[in-house]
Design a protein around this ligand. Structure first.
Ligand SMILES: *[C@@H]1O[C@H](CO)[C@@H](O)[C@H](O)[C@H]1NC(C)=O
Ligand SMILES: *[C@@H]1O[C@H](CO)[C@@H](O)[C@H](O)[C@H]1NC(C)=O
Length: 434
């Protein structure tokens, strides 16, 4: 069949004038005839050949068994009806696509932000009864765009599970911590993780230890930070690098290196928000938000002003879904970090996530969720509270992030001894703070 196609193509170029009565015309005729025969035998096309063969095989067998005198007219009728339904469906789909693109056009012309959102949310609903109504919090994911980074796309196809994976950035400054990091990930049996190596040394370390690694193509701006970068500078990079992962359609659990994995975090995510993050809070109130009353006695009757407070999300461990709101967040943070010399990435991350729209400012409309502070635990929780409480000690966290302490490596090792090795006094030598 392919041979016939090639032949036609070649001849198309030279044939032309001597069409009538030439061997070429004869060959074309034979080709068309073959085409008709094939079209009848394999109505679904040649690529469905095995399936077609099986069906033909079945027909032959049913012929033998039930000895129908002739099956062909029935089959033709069946195929005709099938064809008719298919073209109906096709027309319906085309109509839907037309309507959708009209809506998109309309929304692009619209001046009003709310109108834009409304139109992209397709259909309108009546509000249900009391207590049965829920606003939208899970945004739709973007259409994956492989062209953004085909090489990374190939890697992710292999490494990711259910379109999600852990991603960490590392350079050789954190070599020892990185080893503790991936050894625990391996011990827990998490297959879907990837190290973004910012230098050769880190890349070869990962390769020698069979750790999935990705080395970005050289980018002067980013690589100079990566090579000599302090922790904070590297933190700024990740927002730019993460964008590609989301554009490729993957959800990322971004992870710092100073984290000990004790269970598989993918078994403990809710996946209902654009951003699901661990908290810097040290108890339920500070982590999940509370009403902080500000007192101004001189105001007399109105001396109490109520305020909303919440401890920041930790930008070193969060799960981010591939949605427009999430990508907008990354862009906003990356933009501000590259334009404000003295801002800290975690503060910027939280401001963009939480500050509402106000005069002169459009806030981000992203859904967020605070992770369970006993499962996704920071080191202040562990050293100030959990290790001193007989009940809380028995809990098995999913991860512990040594974010509150500068002596990260020894504390990480002690955490492993305590939770994995069962050494009851492993945490004792360390003070609550630093
Ligand atoms: C056709 O049927 C025979 C026996 O019924 C079977 O052995 C053979 O594998 C079938 N061929 C195909 C292509 O399904
Ligand atoms: C914190 O919240 C969790 C979950 O809501 C609850 O089980 C726990 O008892 C709370 N702890 C305290 C100290 O209030």
């Amino acid at each position: 069949m392919a041979g016939r196609r090639d032949g036609l193509l070649m001849r198309g170029g030279s044939g032309g004038s001597s069409f009538r009565g030439s061997p070429i015309a004869f060959a074309i005729g034979v080709g068309i005839l073959f085409g008709c025969v094939f079209a009848f035998l394999f109505p679904r096309g040649l690529f469905a050949l095995p399936a077609a063969a099986r069906r033909a095989n079945m027909s032959i067998r049913s012929l033998q068994i039930s000895s129908f005198p002739c099956e062909s007219p029935e089959r033709i009728n069946m195929l005709k009806t099938e064809l008719a339904t298919l073209s109906e469906k096709n027309a319906e789909l085309k109509e839907q696509v037309r309507k959708l693109s009209m809506k998109i056009q309309l929304s692009e012309q619209g001046k009003d932000q709310a109108e834009k959102q409304f139109l992209t949310l397709a259909s309108q609903h009546k509000a249900g009864p009391f207590g049965a109504v829920k606003g939208l919090r899970t945004n739709p994911t973007v259409l994956p765009d492989e062209s953004v980074n085909p090489r990374l796309s190939k890697i992710l196809e292999k490494v990711a599970l259910q379109k999600e994976l852990i991603v960490a950035l590392a350079n050789s400054n954190v070599r020892e911590m990185l080893e503790v990091w991936f050894e625990n990930i391996k011990r827990v049996g998490i297959p879907n993780y990837l190290v973004i190596a910012l230098d050769d040394e880190t890349e070869s370390l990962c390769k020698s230890k069979d750790v999935p690694v990705y080395r970005r193509p050289p980018d002067n701006r980013i690589d100079s930070v990566g090579k000599i970068g302090t922790n904070h500078a590297v933190s700024g990079l990740k927002f730019q690098i993460l964008r590609e992962f989301l554009q490729l359609g993957y959800s990322v659990l971004l992870s710092d290196i100073d984290i000990v994995y004790l269970q598989n975090p993918f078994d403990h995510l809710h996946r209902d928000s654009d951003v699901e993050s661990m908290s810097d809070g040290h108890n339920n109130m500070t982590a999940y938000g509370y009403n902080d009353v500000f007192d101004e006695p001189s105001m007399g009757w109105a001396r109490y002003a109520h305020t909303m407070r919440i401890w920041v999300y930790n930008s070193g461990f969060f799960y981010i879904r591939p949605t427009l709101a999430a990508i907008e967040l990354l862009d906003r943070v990356a933009y501000r970090l590259s334009h404000e010399s003295r801002s800290w990435d975690q503060a910027v991350f939280n401001e963009e996530l939480f500050f509402p729209s106000h005069p002169g400012y459009d806030g981000l409309h992203a859904a967020k969720r605070t992770m369970d502070i006993y499962l996704f635990m920071n080191s202040k929780m562990l050293f100030k509270t959990v290790r001193k409480d007989a009940q809380l000690q028995k809990l098995k966290p999913v991860i512990i992030h040594v974010n509150y302490h500068p002596d990260k490596l020894p504390r990480m090792k002690a955490i492993v001894e305590f939770y994995v090795g069962g050494k009851q006094n492993a945490l004792d030598p360390f003070p609550d703070g630093s």
